[in-house]
Design a protein. Structure first.
Length: 611
């Protein structure tokens, strides 16, 4: 309203001054020039006043508007705006909405451009006139343009020589283009042949408004085809090689799926179980049953995800050992089971013969050996008690002969004891290797085990410059094993440490982890040469034989320790440096870390498997 008032004043004031005031001033005697100057001066003053008034008012309005925008930013409702600001706010809101939509459209287009630029194939979007609306970087580079923007807007006449080629017209009419070789001109006039597939773009009313083309270079297609063919040939050669290797195995081997279907079989399996073995259920093909066997090792492997081995006695005395192994895929999942069958009848017969032979030999050796050692000790006592006193005044030759005879008899006693230990060790080792040694598993007090081993070997280090140091943790959990056999292992290791230590410290230590215990025996001897470390656990092998001159043991102690530790599902090893002694260590499972299934398996004895 104020604006219209100012406009009215602005129009009426000059008219009033020209037609009313100016004649009145002239009638008073002023010249027309002075009257005009006076009117101009008054008009200038009035204009300056109006300008300054409008400036002050505008400044106030702007300050008020800024205050209102600030309050709106803090949460003031739009309805609280003065009426004068409502149209301005509406226009600004529309403008902001349009800007937001434009920005979103730009973001969407850039995102779509990024997606199609990542495609390995060329992509081209045409409008209904054959002009390029959109293309990806692959197509631009293939046409030897730097960026997709350099090619957008060009027509098919620039790329193919024709504004509407026949294939484009056919595409708009039929709606699709299937793997057709199209020739395009690149930015430098060269020809590029692309195998192209396309479909039309239609409007809401079904009219064609362009096309989308996907193309691939024929040279690249030929290269990929050649690589695929070579890969197929290599795969075929690999499959043939492994099948030949599979068929060359003498034992029947099959691959079984989780539903017990035979997926693959080697030649020996097909000869034993029939040519139509593949595709049949294993329990039907192997044992003529209608449902899976309760003691099936494949079922155990599928359930436990671990290898399993069982022995079945079939057809009288024939024994078959069935071993199954999990076959894992790339994802780590169990996809199938490898089933290996072997006839172990002859092996078991030989083991029985070996065990019977060793038992007979040991019995035949022990009986005369016991007699020889007994009579030898008896004769030593007789010579010492009854003969030596009467030779006190005998000639020197007689006394010397008696002393030499007693020394020889002591050597006979020592060698007889060594032979007895050898017989016992051979029997123990043969039982271990044949799996006939039964262990009595139970929780074992480790500190008591160490104390028992030190007490059993106390006579070996008494009177020598050797210090025995047990190094045990304050809280030592129980081990899971056979107490007597573990004592045998520890006594053997401590005895070896004493044997090869002239003076110094022998430390027996125990380390505890959440799953197992590690027992170590460290001596202060000369150490083991590096070339002997890998053979130290072999039978009849002793470290330091060259230094000692001759072995003082049977050479079977460490192999027996190794077998006993393995039966306890532990590990045994040695660490040594020449001149710094040797450390023998072995692991045992903690009793509180053995699950019930493992306890049941251990208590069932050798050859037992999880069911």
């Amino acid at each position: 309203m104020e604006l219209w008032t100012l406009l009215a004043v602005g129009v009426a004031a000059p008219a009033l001054a020209t037609f009313v005031v100016h004649p009145m001033l002239v009638s008073t005697g002023l010249s027309p020039e002075w009257a005009t100057l006076i009117l101009l001066a008054v008009g200038a003053v009035l204009c300056i006043g109006v300008v300054f008034g409008l400036r002050a008012r505008t400044k106030a309005r702007v300050a008020e508007a800024a205050k209102i925008w600030e309050e709106m930013a803090r949460g003031r409702s739009v309805q609280e705006l003065p009426p004068a600001f409502a149209p301005l706010w509406s226009q600004m809101r529309n403008m902001l909405a349009q800007l937001e939509m434009a920005g979103q459209a730009l973001d969407d287009r850039q995102s779509m451009q990024d997606v199609i630029d990542s495609m390995p194939d060329s992509l081209l979007v045409l409008d209904a006139h054959g002009r390029i609306e959109l293309c990806n970087r692959t197509f631009a580079l293939r046409m030897r343009f730097e960026t997709p923007e350099d090619i957008v807007g060009l027509g098919l006449d620039a790329l193919g020589g024709e504004t509407r080629p026949a294939w484009f017209v056919g595409l708009l009419e039929t709606g699709e283009l299937l793997a057709q070789d199209l020739r395009f001109h690149d930015a430098y006039g060269g020809t590029v042949t692309l195998k192209t597939t396309g479909r039309t773009r239609t409007s809401m009313d079904g009219e064609p408004r362009g096309a989308v083309l996907v193309a691939r270079d024929n040279v690249e297609i030929s290269r990929l085809t050649s690589e695929l063919q070579r890969a197929a040939e290599r795969l075929e050669d690999s499959e043939r090689f492994f099948q030949d290797l599979f068929d060359a195995m003498e034992d029947p081997i099959t691959v079984i799926s989780p539903d017990y279907e035979v997926l693959q079989a080697n030649r020996q399996a097909r000869l034993v179980f029939g040519k139509e073995l593949i595709g049949r259920r294993c329990y039907r093909a192997f044992r003529m049953r209608d449902d899976p066997c309760q003691d099936c090792p494949a079922r155990t492997t599928f359930a436990q995800h671990q290898s399993t081995s069982v022995e079945h006695r079939i057809f009288g005395n024939a024994i078959t050992r069935i071993s199954t192994y999990p076959l894992l895929g790339k994802d780590g999942q169990l996809h199938a089971v490898i089933n290996h069958k072997r006839d172990v009848t002859k092996e078991r017969q030989l083991e029985d013969l070996k065990a019977n032979f060793l038992a007979a030999v040991s019995h035949e050796l022990r009986t005369p050996l016991t007699s020889l050692m007994g009579f030898n000790k008896l004769n030593m006592r007789r010579l010492t008690r009854y003969v030596r006193p009467f030779l006190a005044e005998a000639p020197e030759e007689a006394r010397t002969s008696l002393q030499k005879a007693l020394s020889d008899m002591e050597v006979m006693a020592a060698e007889g004891e060594r032979l007895g230990r050898l017989v016992n060790d051979v029997l123990d080792l043969s039982k271990l290797e044949a799996g006939r040694l039964r262990l009595n598993f139970e929780p074992v007090d480790v500190p008591a085990l160490v104390a028992g081993a030190l007490q059993a070997t106390s006579t070996l280090f008494q009177g020598r410059h050797i210090l025995m140091v047990p190094d045990l943790p304050e809280i030592c959990p129980e081990a899971w094993g056979d107490k007597d056999r573990l004592l045998q292992v520890l006594v053997n290791l401590v005895s070896n440490a004493i044997k090869y230590t002239e003076r110094g410290e022998i430390r027996v230590s125990v380390a505890v982890t959440p799953e197992e215990l590690t027992l170590s025996v460290r001596d202060a001897g000369a150490g083991i040469p590096p070339e002997e470390l890998s053979h130290i656990f072999e039978r009849f092998r002793q470290a330091g034989e060259a230094q000692k001159g001759r072995p003082s043991g049977t050479g079977l102690g460490l192999p027996i320790c190794r077998e006993l530790v393995h039966l306890h599902r532990g590990r045994i090893w040695v660490e040594s440096e020449p001149g710094l002694g040797a450390t023998f260590s072995f692991t045992l499972r903690r009793a509180d870390a053995v699950d019930p299934a493992e306890r049941s398996l251990d208590l069932r004895g050798p050859g037992a498997t999880l069911s």
